[in-house]
Design a protein around this ligand. Structure first.
Ligand code: DHB
Length: 368
């Protein structure tokens, strides 16, 4: 049957709603990867089926079920936020379908199913570098402000632990709802507490609102530094944040300004294909996720089903636009360099300019 020659990837993303920028970035990256690498792989014709889960986990699970049962997809992928990945993991296990997590970044997601492979990052992985940098740069007392769910809790915990170990102190830990957050009352509290810095984790797409309200309150002028994981100075929004963002230091695994030849080509091709849209860390998670799927299909030629594909995903080492990466065969999580970056104006545009690197960082959040 013609069907035997088709390899289906069910890509579930938030294309509408609060997390829509994540879906837009990952879809664009997946399409770019396919445009650059063709759709004939290991003798199969690759078909991408994109579904919008609006970032509601019940919808993610229902769509995944339909994709597995009706469409008979070979791989599930996407997962814009942690609750979506967690809701889909049991189905991946039951149906023995690899689930390539391209966005969601709570440490424990890879432990929710042996079929999960992650190409994004984890919050513990990127948070500790900043807690090493801060006390060496005059930041001792910090208030943390995180979105109140998996990745925020991870960021809060690992940043606090490492800062305390380094002789610093988290004086207050604030949590703001994921859905329709109002940052104003929290920022007012921070202004009154007057710490050396405010550490922020909010998911991709929410950074601009935090930055705006931080600046409107004159918190920078009151001597409070804004620091955070790179989600807050998201390349998708950074250039519109204005000069107030200059100097903000973050730690993350990807910047569109990463100065490698491969990244320059990636950014150029991505912007060209998407009316000037700058790729962010979500795009890179999607691009690399497609790479992991394509290489696994090349190796297996589609034989052996989900288990064979999964085995061929484990242990992949390759150059990503972010730098060299490795899919740890034991944890199925990504090992990668983490960069310290500062917002600077380059050729008239705001970028996260990398100034230091910690090589080959494993997720410190794994319990085993
Ligand atoms: C998650 C979502 C994000 O948009 C992000 O930047 C980091 C983590 C998540 O839900 O896991």
């Amino acid at each position: 049957a013609a069907q035997d020659n088709v390899f289906k990837i069910g890509l579930i993303l938030p294309m509408t709603g609060q997390q829509a920028t994540t879906g837009r970035q990952i879809e664009a990256a997946a399409r770019l990867y396919m445009a650059q690498n063709g759709d004939m792989v290991g003798g199969k014709k690759v078909q991408l089926i994109i579904k919008d889960d609006t970032s509601l986990p019940d919808v993610t699970r229902r769509l995944a079920q339909e994709l597995v049962v009706n469409e008979k997809v070979n791989v599930l992928a996407g997962m814009g936020i942690t609750p979506s990945a967690m809701a889909t993991a049991p189905l991946a296990t039951q149906s023995k379908t690899p689930l390539v997590v391209m966005a969601a970044a709570t440490s424990s997601i890879t432990e929710a199913s042996p079929y999960v492979v992650r190409t994004s990052f984890t919050l513990p992985q990127v948070s500790v570098a900043l807690a090493d940098w801060a006390p060496k740069n005059g930041i001792k007392k910090v208030v943390t402000l995180v979105s109140d769910y998996g990745p925020g809790i991870d960021a809060e915990k690992y940043f606090n632990q490492r800062l305390t170990f380094n002789g610093g102190q988290v004086t207050e830990a604030l949590r703001v709802p994921l859905r329709n957050p109002d940052f104003a009352p929290f920022l007012q509290k921070v202004r009154d507490a007057k710490p050396d810095a405010l550490f922020v984790f909010v998911p991709s797409g929410a950074g601009a609102a935090v930055m705006k309200q931080f600046l409107e309150r004159g918190m920078d002028k009151a001597g409070i530094k804004l620091i955070g994981t790179g989600d807050v100075t998201d390349d998708d929004q950074l250039n519109d944040m204005g000069d107030g963002a200059l100097g903000v230091v973050t730690s993350h695994h990807y910047s569109a300004a990463h100065p490698s030849p491969m990244n320059k080509k990636f950014v150029e091709a991505f912007e060209k294909a998407n009316k000037g849209l700058r790729p962010n860390f979500m795009a890179v998670g999607g691009y690399d996720g497609m790479r992991v799927i394509y290489e696994a299909l090349k190796t297996t030629k589609g034989a052996g089903g989900g288990d064979a594909l999964l085995a061929a995903m484990k242990g992949q080492i390759f150059e990503s636009p972010r730098g060299k990466v490795f899919i740890d065969a034991q944890t199925r999580d990504i090992v990668q360099d983490v960069y310290l970056r500062k917002v600077e104006r380059v050729n008239g545009q705001l970028y996260n300019v990398e100034f230091d690197v910690i090589k080959d960082v494993k997720d410190p959040g794994k319990t085993k």
